[in-house]
Design a protein around this ligand. Sequence first.
Ligand code: ATP
Length: 309
Amino acid sequence: LMQLYLPLNFLGSIYSSLRTSLVDLEQMFRLMEEAPDVKDRPDAIDLPARLDEAPAAAIRFEHVRFGYRPDREILHDVSFSVPAGGRVAIVGPTGAGKSTISRLLFRFYDVTSGRVVIDGHDVRDYHQAALRAAIGVVPQDTVLFNDTIGYNIAYGRLGASQDEIEHAARLAQIHDFIASLPDGYATRVGERGLKLSGGEKQRVAIARTILKNPRILILDEATSALDTHTEQEIQVALRTVSAERTTVIIAHRLSTVIDADEILVMGDGVIKERGTHRSLLARDGLYAGMWAAQAEERGEDAGHAAVGA
Ligand code: ATP
């Protein structure tokens, strides 16, 4: 019986991490293959999950080294901290290790050496379920269920009232859109219902996260370009959801990182440059080069845009 119980129990824990952390399907399959290595300690401790239970959490990466396989190290001695309620943005080319940092925060994998610390404790000290409940993600691409749009928001905290769902939707700048649908919050979405645009799905994810009210937020910015109006609505929604919360932004568009407390420029698994937007521009290195290239794409004069920021 035990042989049957263990895999079932493991599937149950995947299911619960899916419920609490909105991991995508690819992530789930990766977890099924790899997560058995990550286990709760017998004396694991709890971590308050919600911002109404405890203030925002402080995060620290201390000399973190990590590879998905022993023969290929992906992060080489990465250290940074995000104070409680602070915002750190991670930028850099594809494959630099940005998403890996967020996976380690979730403890989908254990570090090879160094520590990931939340509120003064190594993430390996916490119950995994507690850790994942304390972190909310607005992913690049949100998975919607074949259910109503109301349910898709309520999923952030099953049991939330209709008023709470609508309040979250308003803050996420998606309420007016939903109210304009013939069946409102009862409109079915997903494969067998209404297809939502990337920007609408992202706002559903933001509303979910507002309901979940986690102490830590990971924003995994979509790579795809959005039109200016949608982009602005999403920026307002993102600002609302990240206010007060300790936030890690994995950014592709530099316009969203301007007001971060610290910007980490990752490359080849190391932090190549770090600082505020202004200090990095003044340094005239990698970040300044990325900024100039993106400003050019937007058809702006880089120097002018920087002063405006
Ligand atoms: P992007 O901007 O494209 O999302 P990233 O900076 O987030 O890139 P990561 O996803 O952190 O990059 O990947 C860093 C490196 O780790 C890449 O070389 C990638 O191929 C590798 N990698 C990522 N996930 C796995 C995995 N599950 N198994 C093995 N290697 C992986």
